[in-house]
Design a protein. Structure first.
Length: 449
């Protein structure tokens, strides 16, 4: 089978060619599972919706909620009837039931997936390929610093993808500095390279928006309904209450519910300033200005990756480690990584525990961090230093708060806070399943997809 032609880029024409990554084409997305030929009405609606999404993605705004608008919502209902073989008619009475104690109708689905990340999207599209009626509920609660993002989950928006693009930017800078030894006549050997953080962030964010658009288009092609609302389980896990950012409510009844909400960063809630004055990996890749002198608190791979890319982009990067670097990995390899980073210029504070984070005096907006030196035991001395940015990377927690899981009987692990599942991903409530990072004892990160 020949590859489809590339889709025109959603990037501005002057975007760096090295980052000019393209959105998937509809033809390539149909490889997930071809649906019957659309009627002219369905095709017209799909093209109209995709056009709106493309315009919204380029402008950087949230796309219109198509199914909640009066005009397009009516078209969506007609399409649902058309997909049942009766073009132009509204759904039959067994498609929507009115709850006895609620004003909102209850809409029936075979599967409702809560969470629009790697695992949730893969699950929803596979179920739709098997002929099931599927909806995906995805809603990103803003970080303490106010960051939020679109469809696709952590990896696409605030994880692997932007991290790799910024690492590539750092590697390109190193390559330019090394080029003179290979005969390239670049800038003077002792002159520093100029790097524009805002230009990098703009390019990264434009690529992410193109990915968001691609995922939404893929769901439309697979006939999966995307609902940009926060989902709460009710009625013993048989119903899902969806509330969007404007407070509008929808009620869904599902034969099965899959929770795939992943995790979010932990914060230093036990020390002053440990939440309201810091950022996390949820915020780094969309910062409007360069973070400057940055302290990365944590010894895991997220802290080391962030410190490494910031150092490569010319920032003064520091890492505060409580025990040892990369303690979840091979001990010897963790030490080698830290030693190599230190030899390149990243500064490490070993055996250090933060005590307080506060604003430094003056108008510079800097942060004063106080920490305890634990190398001499619990009574170690206190030290302070000032930073432009403090990034917290001390682990992640399951995203389960406020979803009504415990109210309907879903068992959460007392230590991890994740959902307890069996070998078949089933929870303690029949018909409710959990996959990915939110499930206790399961492989974390991208392998869930």
């Amino acid at each position: 089978m020949t590859s489809p032609p590339p889709c025109p880029s959603l990037w501005p024409l002057d975007a760096p060619s090295g980052l000019l990554l393209r959105a998937p084409t509809l033809a390539s997305m149909k490889r997930v599972g071809r649906q019957p030929r659309q009627s002219r009405l369905e095709l017209r609606f799909s093209l109209y919706a995709i056009l709106l999404l493309a315009i919204s993605s380029v402008l950087g705004n949230e796309a219109p909620t198509l199914r909640r608008s009066k005009v397009v919502g009516a078209a969506a209902l007609r399409l649902r009837g058309a997909s049942s073989g009766v073009a132009g008619e509204t759904p039959t009475s067994d498609a929507i039931h009115v709850a006895d104690d609620e004003d909102e109708p209850v809409e029936d689905y075979d599967l409702v997936v809560i969470g629009g990340g790697s695992g949730g999207l893969a699950c929803a599209q596979e179920a739709a390929r098997l002929g099931k009626k599927v909806a995906v509920c995805d809603f990103v609660r803003p970080s303490p610093a106010g960051s939020s993002w679109g469809l696709g989950g952590t990896c696409v928006n605030v994880g692997c993808i932007p991290k790799k693009l910024m690492h590539q930017a750092a590697l390109l800078g190193a390559a330019v500095r090394d080029a003179r030894a290979y005969g390239w006549e670049t800038t003077a050997e002792d002159s520093p390279l100029d790097h524009s953080w805002p230009a990098l962030v703009q390019g990264v964010q434009m690529h992410i928006k193109s990915q968001n658009f691609g995922y939404r288009s893929a769901l439309m092609t697979a006939d999966v309904e995307y609902i940009n609302s926060f989902a709460t389980l009710q009625e013993g896990g048989k119903e899902v209450l969806c509330r969007d950012g404007d407070g509008e409510v929808r009620r869904l009844r599902a034969r099965a519910v899959v929770v795939a909400t992943g995790g979010r960063p932990r914060y230093l809630d036990k020390i002053p300033g440990g939440r309201d004055l810091v950022i996390s990996s949820d915020d780094l890749f969309s910062l409007p200005k360069a973070p400057g002198k940055t302290l990365c608190i944590g010894g895991g791979y997220i802290a080391l990756e962030c410190a490494g890319l910031l150092h490569g982009l010319g920032m003064d990067a520091h890492v505060m480690v409580r025990s040892r670097p990369l303690r979840e990995f091979d001990c010897h390899m963790g030490d080698l990584v830290a030693e190599r980073m230190a030899s390149l210029g990243v500064k490490f504070l070993h055996k250090a525990v933060p005590v307080a984070i506060e604003r430094a005096p003056g108008d510079g907006g800097r942060l004063r961090v106080t920490w305890k030196d634990m190398s001499q035991g619990p009574s170690g001395e206190h030290h302070t230093d000032e930073y432009d940015t403090v990034l917290v990377a001390v682990g992640r927690r399951a995203e389960t708060k406020g979803m009504g899981l415990e109210d309907v009987g879903v068992e959460l692990h007392p230590a991890s806070g994740k959902i307890v599942t069996g070998e078949d991903e089933a929870t303690s409530v029949p018909g409710v399943y959990a996959i990915g990072d939110v499930a206790h004892g399961r492989p974390e990160l991208h392998p869930a997809s």
